[in-house]
Design a protein around this ligand. Structure first.
Ligand code: XIL
Length: 320
């Protein structure tokens, strides 16, 4: 049996999200299968900094050291997001004070983790609603409509040159959302403030996903000249808009799901020259965020099952 990283060694790095629980229970599997990790939460603003603006890096350090000790790359995720952030606290700041705060934050975190391969500088800035460009966030409210330009300029100044700056977002295969993401990255690219774009690639409701639109996304972004990272891949089984749990899934539904995984990787191979890394949002189904996110109805989504064994989708992905 080929490991994921062996199967894709001539294409791109294979990564997975790890958390302080999962690396302890199956660290060997992670080191054996993957080239790279991302901290699921541990480097996020609200996980390293509290509402007294005090820092605790112990959990992020643990995962950073796990990566370095095992020769794994590690993606930096993330500096600025509207979730996992003490928004109510930051909303009490004046724009000037918030600017000093985020400047200090980026400097502190970036100086500490100088061996990350990249930073997702802003996560999910584009709004999902039709007709609205940028999401209403504390950063947008305080720094204005060009806030993303300002924050990436700051990151460019503070982050070592060899570390890629990334813009990361989801639903990149939905045309309206893709246009907004393109607008953001083209603005940043024009000023030399960005190196790569992150396609989260959460396929939580497969009927909103199409391989053709996904390919179009690669085509459109290839024109920007930026590198592409697949940052948070998972395919929900059953989809998140049903009340079913993973134990209600029929054999046909499972088969279609595994096949979709295979087809998605065929797209990655087709566009491999543009892609640096493909990262799964988790390793095994028992630890996937989709068990609890949205409605808490337990679902499968990854290539390793609840006993940490490779499932049928694993073989669709590694045998081609
Ligand atoms: C999720 C984590 O998996 C959860 O544990 C946490 O409660 C919320 O964040 N998009 C992202 C990730 O960029 O950081 C999110 O991770 C999933 C969606």
């Amino acid at each position: 049996m080929k490991t994921l990283k062996e199967a894709y060694k001539d294409y791109f790095d294979i990564g997975a999200t790890v958390n302080v629980g999962s690396y302890k229970s199956f660290g060997n599997l992670i080191a054996e299968q993957f080239d790279s990790i991302t901290c699921e939460n541990e480097m996020k603003y609200g996980f390293v900094c509290n509402t007294k603006d005090e820092y605790d890096f112990s959990r992020a350090d643990e995962l950073y050291n796990f990566a370095l000790d095992n020769g794994l790359k590690i993606r930096g995720h993330n500096f600025v997001w509207h979730q996992c952030t003490p928004v109510d606290h930051l909303d009490t700041f004046s724009p000037e004070k918030l600017w000093e705060r985020i400047k200090e934050h980026i400097k502190l975190v970036s100086d500490r983790y100088q061996k990350v391969s990249c930073w997702d500088v802003i996560n999910e800035a584009a709004d999902d609603k039709n007709g609205l460009f940028l999401r209403d966030t504390v950063w947008h409210r305080k720094f204005g409509d060009d806030y993303y330009m300002k924050i990436y300029a700051l990151a460019r100044e503070l982050v070592p040159e060899n570390i890629q700056l990334v813009y990361n977002d989801y639903n990149e295969y939905i045309p309206e959302k893709r246009e907004k993401m393109l607008r953001i990255v083209n603005d940043l690219k024009a000023e030399g403030l960005i190196d790569a774009v992150g396609f989260q690639s959460h396929i939580t409701i497969p009927k909103y996903f199409s391989l053709d639109e996904y390919k179009r996304t690669f085509e459109e972004f290839s024109k920007t000249g930026l590198r592409i990272h697949i940052t948070e891949l998972d395919i929900a089984l059953p989809p998140i808009n049903t009340k079913k749990t993973f134990s209600d899934v029929t054999a046909e539904e499972r088969e279609a799901w595994a096949k979709l995984y295979g087809n998605v990787f065929a797209v990655f191979r087709e566009y491999a020259e543009l892609i640096d890394s493909v990262t799964f949002w988790g390793v095994s189904d028992d630890t996937s965020w989709l068990n609890n996110a949205f409605d808490g109805h337990g679902r499968d989504a990854l290539l390793f099952d609840r006993d940490h064994q490779p499932n049928e989708a694993y073989f669709r992905v590694t045998e081609f």
